[in-house]
Design a protein around this ligand. Structure first.
Ligand code: NAG
Ligand code: NAG
Ligand code: NAG
Length: 184
């Protein structure tokens, strides 16, 4: 629960960063005017060979007003929050995420490429944004950290491997045109 709180606070912070950094966090409004976060997820295709693909997820829990100022959103129960540092211009070989988790890029640049489309654009993860890594089947994905300053990220595994409730909005990465909004 403490980690949920910490993540909520982190999200509030990240949302502020996000606004400064061209809003990598996305949300929508429904007719009840509740705002939901959209996150790009790396998932395994349902049929063999279960190649990794991107989906856009709308997280079930809405943003609510934060008691002081701004908004918060309960993202997930997390266990073993792990900080990772990646050297400049480094490349991870084909791999699965260590656990179903959020990957939160604190600084630097990260580029995810998929075996089904190795020459494709892939996913450029922006500093200050969150993705879901859940391609636990198949052969996984590549992640490159092309920045000269390396990268720093948090891995936030879902407690008990339980993926937080969400709705798949579309195949592919989330549409940047959706206005991100951490405002209260
Ligand atoms: C709006 O809220 C009501 C009551 O909570 C709910 O039944 C309805 O499904 C909501 N509508 C949308 C579009 O989320
Ligand atoms: C976190 O765990 C509690 C207790 O099991 C549960 O009620 C709550 O819905 C969970 N929160 C999220 C965001 O999954
Ligand atoms: C936490 O995760 C790290 C990296 O995946 C692992 O080495 C470590 O054993 C884990 N610790 C616990 C308590 O699960």
């Amino acid at each position: 629960m403490m980690l949920t709180l910490i993540l909520s606070l982190l999200l509030t912070t990240l949302s502020t960063l996000a606004e400064a950094a061209q809003t990598p966090l996305h949300s929508t409004q429904d007719s009840n005017a509740s705002r939901h976060l959209h996150l790009t997820a790396v998932v395994s295709a349902p049929s063999p060979p279960h190649h990794a693909k991107f989906e856009c997820w709308e997280m079930h829990n809405p943003f609510i007003s934060y008691p002081t100022i701004g908004s918060s959103l309960s993202l997930a129960n997390i266990s073993n929050l792990t900080l990772v540092t990646l050297p400049p211009r480094s490349k991870e070989p084909l791999h699965h995420p260590p656990h179903p988790m959020f990957f939160i890029l604190l600084s630097g640049t990260s580029h995810v490429r998929l075996p089904a489309d190795p020459q494709g654009d892939g996913l450029w993860i922006k500093e200050g944004s969150i993705i879901v890594a859940n391609d636990m089947e198949g052969i996984g994905h590549w992640t490159d950290y092309p920045g000269d300053g390396g990268a720093v990220a948090l891995q936030a595994p879902f407690e008990g491997g339980i993926v937080p409730e969400h709705r798949v909005v579309s195949d592919g990465i989330c549409d940047d045109d959706t206005v991100g909004d951490g405002r209260g």
